[in-house]
Ligand binder design. Structure first.
Ligand code: F6P
Length: 328
């Protein structure tokens, strides 16, 4: 282990995710364990540019393992995309005598972190935190499990009223580019159809399938729509199309929105965040750079940022088959 690193900063960036607080806590406490100093950066990568830093210790992160959101706040920084912004960030880090950085976020955060690492040779390790679960090289991102549980709970409630009124509900869930939430929550909540960005079902096939299921004896239907789905992007427009082409049901729309990002993290997310936080500090001390810490087949893995953010999100085709079979 190198001793060159004495002070580590931690930040959360991009869309917040339940469990980020637990990850910050683990980073700070692992620093304390190794007798290193830790610093919190407020408002993500933007906070690096603004020099918005605060020294943290094991007691500064008490009573946060159970809290949603991120006490360090988050932001999507446009300024960090500029070379000028990144230079300011570097100067601030140097001035604060920070030797390394742990960034908790999604692909936008990792892209910025990787550019920064290459420009300034500054040690950075990432922790995947996004409810979208769309980072390569890790089975799970922090917040995804909690978001799934939130979505399933909401759809269970929608099912009650859908069933009482014999209605068809389109339920929009998050996922601009990724269908993980839609597909998994859709299966978990027993949806009739699931629309995801990775596949284009087509409006006609959707209507035909809904007609078939109505004929088979169903009295209500739930269609889960990822916000980035090609035919479901404009969910009100899709609802109108279904109304025009399927008069068997009254059609209603529910957009779940940001409730999916809030709430107390599940136990799964708390444990995941704790493991990744500890592993991130360990990795920095083992001189790992420009990498993300993930979990694969239950084991901690170290993945280059370039791999983590590469290409489109991949969907497990077997899940699509399961969704089709179980919704007959
Ligand atoms: O962080 C991921 C995510 O929740 C996406 O699913 C969603 O499209 C986006 O963030 C919403 O971002 P914002 O809160 O900035 O509108």
């Amino acid at each position: 282990m190198t001793t060159a690193i004495k002070r580590i900063a931690v930040l959360t960036s991009g869309g917040d995710a339940p469990g980020m607080n637990a990850a910050i806590r683990a980073v700070v406490r692992c620093c304390a364990y190794h007798k290193l100093e830790s610093v919190g950066v407020f408002r993500g990568l933007q906070g690096l540019i603004d020099g918005d830093f605060k020294a943290l210790g094991p007691r500064s992160v008490k009573n946060i393992i159970n809290r949603g959101g991120t006490f360090l706040k988050s932001a999507r920084s446009q300024e960090f995309r500029t070379s000028e912004g990144r230079h300011k960030a570097y100067e601030n880090l140097k001035e604060a005598k920070i030797d390394a950085l742990v960034v908790i976020g999604g692909d936008g955060t990792f892209t910025g972190a990787s550019v920064f690492n290459q420009e300034f040779n500054f040690p950075i390790v990432g922790i995947p935190g996004t409810i979208d679960n769309d980072i390569n090289g890790t089975d799970f991102c922090i917040g995804y499990d909690t978001a799934l549980n939130t979505v399933v709970e909401a759809i269970d409630k929608i099912r009650d009223t859908a069933n009482s009124h014999n209605r068809l509900f389109l339920v929009e869930v998050m996922g601009r580019d990724a269908g993980d939430i839609a597909l998994n929550a859709g299966i978990g909540a027993g949806a009739e159809e699931i629309l995801i960005p990775e596949q284009n079902m087509g409006k006609d096939r959707l209507v035909a399938s809904l007609k078939r299921s109505k004929k088979s004896g169903k009295t209500s239907s739930i269609v889960v729509v990822a916000e980035g789905d090609q035919i479901g992007k404009n969910i009100m427009g899709l609802a109108e199309y279904i109304r025009e082409n399927l008069n068997e049901y009254e059609v209603k729309v529910t957009v779940l929105g940001h409730i999916q990002r809030g709430g107390a993290p599940s136990c799964f997310d708390r444990v995941l965040a704790s493991r990744l936080g500890v592993a991130a500090v360990d990795a920095l001390l083992a001189e790992k750079r420009d990498v993300m810490i993930g979990v694969s087949n239950k084991k901690i893995v170290i993945v280059p940022f370039s791999e983590a953010i590469k290409g489109d999100n991949e969907i497990d085709l077997d899940l699509i088959r399961v969704a089709d079979i179980t919704s007959v």
